[in-house]
Write a protein that binds this ligand. Structure first.
Ligand code: SAM
Length: 268
């Protein structure tokens, strides 16, 4: 593989930790080795995408997409200075400044007046993703697709989509380095037919499309989660002050998990 070295010198205005190691070398390869998780996220972007990657960290995702698609353009948003600087370096190293703009700011507030068509928010908890979407709703008027990859608390993202007219189009689970990551893709639209009134809570919990498909990754995830849930319930019951509502909710979820796994065995 062809490798190129890129020498990066940091200006005085950068933070102390950055000035301490003023000269760093970034290895620039012709292909960007993206994690399987982010590479799967990338497959849900159309060609010629104009997207915002919120919480971009090193900006690997927008660099990967823009390197493979010269028509694609992106805003890489970061709230923290360290990752923001890393993102700037990656974009510069891959000579993608004409396609990617790195911006420092909270959530969707990095979007200016651009007609951003897709938003990616990956690698955070579901409640933070939902909070970012809620607090930046005004920036979503031109957005056609949101791709979310919550590490936990996926239900918060599904609820936000449902309440804000983003229809769940795809759900998938990616297994990488012993972790199981859910990726949720929603397009702007009206009635979400993925949900039914009778099963709504269960569908929000498991994901309506994942529940329907019951892939091997899904079964693996919920088999592991069943054990965890059992331990959590046992621990909560040991507390001196009992949270009965919480216990009831966890037990109801545990029952759903048991049912889903039991039905799976019957289907085999
Ligand atoms: N998206 C990348 C991925 O999936 O690999 C990076 C995930 S990293 C664990 C989460 C990143 O989100 C961090 O770099 C953090 O600084 C950033 N972040 C957290 N809250 C944010 C917010 N409100 N707005 C923008 N970025 C945020």
């Amino acid at each position: 593989m062809l490798k190129r070295s890129f020498l990066c010198v940091y200006p005085e205005s950068f933070s102390l930790s950055y000035r301490l190691d003023k000269v760093k070398e970034i290895i620039v390869t012709d292909t960007i080795n993206l994690s399987k998780r982010l590479a799967t996220v990338a497959t849900f972007l159309p060609s010629g995408a104009f997207f915002a990657d919120i919480g971009s960290d090193h900006a690997y995702l927008p660099c990967y997409v823009c390197k493979h698609d010269k028509q694609a353009r992106a805003i890489a948003g970061e709230v923290n200075e360290g990752p923001y600087n890393s993102a700037c370096e990656t974009v510069k190293a891959y000579e993608l400044n004409n396609q990617i703009e790195v911006r420092l700011g909270d959530g969707l507030h990095v979007i200016d007046n651009e007609q951003i068509k897709q938003v990616v928010i990956a690698g955070m908890g579901g409640s933070l993703i939902a909070k970012i979407l809620e607090e930046g709703r005004q920036y979503l008027s031109n957005v056609e697709r949101i791709i979310a990859q919550p590490n936990i608390g996926e239900i918060n993202v599904r609820k936000w989509f449902l309440e804000n007219r983003f229809l769940l189009k795809e759900e998938t689970i990616v297994e990488e380095n012993g972790h199981l990551y859910e990726i949720l893709v929603a397009d702007k639209g009206e009635n979400d037919l993925a949900y039914t009134d009778q099963e709504l809570n269960k569908q929000l919990f498991f994901g309506p499309l994942l529940l329907q498909e019951k892939s091997s990754a899904f079964i693996k995830k919920w088999t592991l989660q069943k054990r965890k849930q059992q331990q959590i319930i046992a621990q909560i019951k040991l507390a001196t002050v009992q949270d009965n509502e919480k216990i009831k909710q966890l037990e109801r979820e545990f029952q759903w998990i048991e049912e889903v796994l039991l039905n799976e065995k019957r289907d085999c």
